[in-house]
Design a protein around this ligand. Structure first.
Ligand code: KIV
Ligand code: ZN
Length: 514
C-alpha cells in the first residue's frame, strides 16, 4: 500500500509574489480551476491582509473551487488571522497558514526578539487561528537554517496547540538534500505527538536543490509538499510541482499523489502565459526541449526503443509529441486544437481573431511554437483592455532623429501624438506619455528574445512607477518597439481610472478614424 503525499500548490501566493507575475482576480480563478482539474489537494490562494485584491481573490477562489482545500497565508498576528478567516468564509474546506521565523537570523535580526517569546507567539497564533477554522497549518519560517532542537520544541508546541500541518520551509534555499532530509527525520523522531499532524516541505531553489530537498524530506516522513507550477516563486523560485510528481511516478518510493499527470503540460503553459513567465527550454518535464532529441545517436536510439533515452513517456505529462510545430499552412482547426492542448478555450469570435493574428505571425516567423501561441492568446485577451495601441509608426536610422507617431484608442476614442526621442523606443514612450496625462517613471525595462533568430518574438517587461506604486507591464511582438509600447500601455491600463481625465488634451490630437 502506498502512502499519499498531499500536494499544496502555492503558485497563486509564493509564485504570484514574483515581480511581473501578478494576476487579476479573474485570471486567478482561472488558475485555481486549472489546479483543481490537475488534482492538487490544497491551493494557497493568497495573503488576504496584504491587499484588498488578494483578499478578494481568496474570496472568489473559495466560491469557484469545490474539491481542494483553500488556504490563506497570515503572519502570527491576530489581525492577519481575522482577515484570512473572513476571506475564507465561502471555502468548502478552508485552512489558515500562520507562522513566524524560527532561525537565529529571523528571531534576532528580523523580529528583534528571543526564542522563548517566538515560541509563545507561535502557539498563540495557532490557538487564535483555531477559533476560526479547524485546519490550521503553522510555518516555521527559515526552518532550513533553524536549530533542530529549538525547531522540534516549536513544532511540538504548535501541534499541541492544534496545528494540523506543520510546514518546515527552507526559506532561503540553503539546505543540502541530506541536511533537509535529516531535519525532517529529526522532527519525526523527536517531536512528541508528531503523528497528530502532517509535516510539510516548502523548499526554495536558490542553490537549485528545491526538488532534491523536497524529495529528501518526503523520503524521511514529510507527507505534504508545497510546490508551484513551473517552479515559479521568490528569487530562484520554489520546488516545481511537475518535478516532484513525476519523480514519485518514475521511482517506486511507495508514495503517490492525486495529480492527474496528463494535465501537467497544459497547466504549465497556461501559467507561463498568464504570468508572462516563459519556461526555460531545458526545464525538466515541461521545457520545450525536455522531450526533444537532437543528436543523431539519441534520435536513432529513441526510434529503436523510446526508453533508450526517455525515462518519462511525454504522453504521461500531456505532451502530444507529434504536433509541436504550426506553420502558415496550418488551418483554424489545428490552431484550435493546439490552443486546447495548451489550456485555452476561446469563443468563435476570439478564435477567428487569434487565427487572423496567427497567420500574420506565421508570415513573419517560419514556425510557430507553443510560446508564440500562448503570447498570441495573451494579445487577444488584451483586446478587452481600455487603452489599446491603435497605430505606431517610427522613423529611425543612423543620421536621423528618431520620431514616433502613436495612436491610442482609449475607450473607443482615438488620440494621436508624435514625439522625437534618443531612440525609437524612447520616442514611442514619449509619444504615449504625451497622450496619457500621468506622471510616470520607467523603473525597469527588460527585453528578452523567446527563442533565437532574427525572426524571433521579443518580450518586454517594464516596471512603471506612478504615485509611489509600481505597475508591471508586459508586451510581446516580433517588432521590439511595438512590444515596448504594448508593455508601457499594459502598465498604464493597470493604473487607469475611468473617464477621459487621463488624456493630456494640450499635446494631442483627437483623430477621426473611419
Ligand atoms: O518560504 C517561506 O518561508 C514561505 C512561508 C511564508 C511559508 O513562503
Ligand atoms: Zn516560500
Amino acid at each position: 500500500m502506498s502512502d499519499k503525499l498531499y500536494i499544496f500548490d502555492t503558485t497563486l501566493r509564493d509564485g504570484e509574489q514574483v515581480p511581473g507575475c501578478q494576476l487579476n482576480t479573474v485570471e486567478k480563478i482561472e488558475v485555481a480551476k486549472a489546479l483543481e482539474i490537475l488534482g492538487v489537494d490544497i491551493i494557497e490562494a493568497g495573503f488576504p491582509v496584504s491587499s484588498p485584491g488578494d483578499f478578494n481573490s481568496v474570496v472568489e477562489i473559495s466560491k469557484a473551487v469545490i474539491w481542494p482545500t483553500i488556504c490563506a497565508l497570515t503572519r502570527a498576528v491576530e489581525k492577519d488571522i481575522e482577515i484570512a478567516a473572513d476571506a475564507l468564509k465561502y471555502a468548502k474546506k478552508g485552512r489558515i497558514h500562520t507562522g513566524i521565523g524560527t532561525s537565529h537570523y529571523h528571531i534576532h535580526y528580523k523580529l528583534n526578539s528571543n526564542p522563548e517569546a517566538i515560541l509563545e507567539r507561535a502557539v498563540a497564533a495557532v490557538k487564535y487561528a483555531k477559533r476560526f477554522v479547524e485546519d490550521v497549518e503553522f510555518y516555521a519560517e527559515d526552518a532550513g537554517r533553524s536549530d533542530n532542537v529549538y525547531l522540534a520544541k516549536v513544532v511540538e508546541a504548535v501541534i499541541k496547540a492544534g496545528a494540523t500541518v506543520v510546514n518546515i520551509p527552507d526559506t532561503t534555499g540553503y539546505c543540502l538534500p541530506h541536511q533537509y532530509g535529516e531535519k525532517i527525520k529529526f522532527l519525526m523522531e523527536n517531536v512528541k505527538g508528531v503523528h497528530n499532524a502532517i509535516l510539510s516541505t516548502h523548499c526554495h531553489n536558490d542553490l537549485g536543490m528545491a526538488t532534491a530537498n523536497t524529495i529528501a524530506g518526503v523520503m524521511n516522513g514529510a507527507r505534504q509538499a508545497e510546490v508551484t507550477i513551473n517552479g515559479i516563486g521568490e528569487r530562484a523560485g520554489n520546488t516545481s510541482l511537475e518535478e516532484v510528481v513525476m519523480t514519485l511516478k518514475s521511482h517506486d518510493l511507495k508514495i503517490d499523489t492525486s495529480v492527474n499527470t496528463k494535465k501537467i503540460y497544459k497547466t504549465s503553459r497556461m501559467i507561463a502565459s498568464l504570468m508572462n513567465m516563459p519556461v526555460q527550454a531545458n526545464k525538466a518535464i515541461v521545457g520545450r526541449n525536455a522531450f526533444a532529441h537532437s543528436s543523431g545517436i539519441h534520435q536513432d536510439g529513441v526510434l529503436k526503443h523510446r526508453e533508450n533515452y526517455e525515462i518519462i513517456d511525454p504522453k504521461d505529462v500531456g505532451i502530444d509529441e507529434s504536433s509541436i510545430v504550426l506553420t502558415a499552412r496550418s488551418g483554424r482547426a489545428a490552431l484550435k486544437n493546439r490552443l486546447e492542448l495548451l489550456g485555452f478555450k476561446l469563443n468563435k469570435e476570439k478564435l477567428d481573431k487569434a487565427y487572423e493574428e496567427f497567420l500574420k505571425l506565421a508570415d513573419k516567423k517560419k514556425e510557430i511554437n507553443d510560446d508564440d501561441v500562448a503570447l498570441l492568446v495573451g494579445d487577444i485577451r488584451k483586446e478587452d483592455r481600455r487603452i489599446k495601441l491603435d497605430f505606431l509608426q517610427v522613423v529611425s536610422g543612423k543620421s536621423l532623429t528618431p520620431m514616433a507617431t502613436v495612436r491610442l484608442n482609449i475607450a473607443g476614442e482615438v488620440f494621436c501624438a508624435t514625439m522625437a526621442g534618443n531612440g525609437p523606443v524612447d520616442a514611442t514612450i514619449k509619444a504615449i506619455k504625451a497622450i496619457i496625462h500621468r506622471k510616470t517613471v520607467l523603473h525597469e525595462f527588460l527585453i528578452q528574445a523567446i527563442t533565437r533568430g532574427s525572426d524571433d518574438i521579443g518580450k518586454v517587461h517594464m516596471q512603471v512607477v506612478f504615485e509611489d506604486k509600481v505597475y508591471y507591464g508586459f508586451g510581446a511582438h516580433t517588432d521590439i518597439v511595438t512590444a515596448s509600447a504594448e508593455a508601457f500601455i499594459d502598465a498604464i491600463n493597470k493604473m487607469s481610472p475611468a473617464g477621459n481625465s487621463l488624456v493630456n488634451s494640450e499635446q494631442v490630437q483627437m483623430v477621426n478614424v473611419e
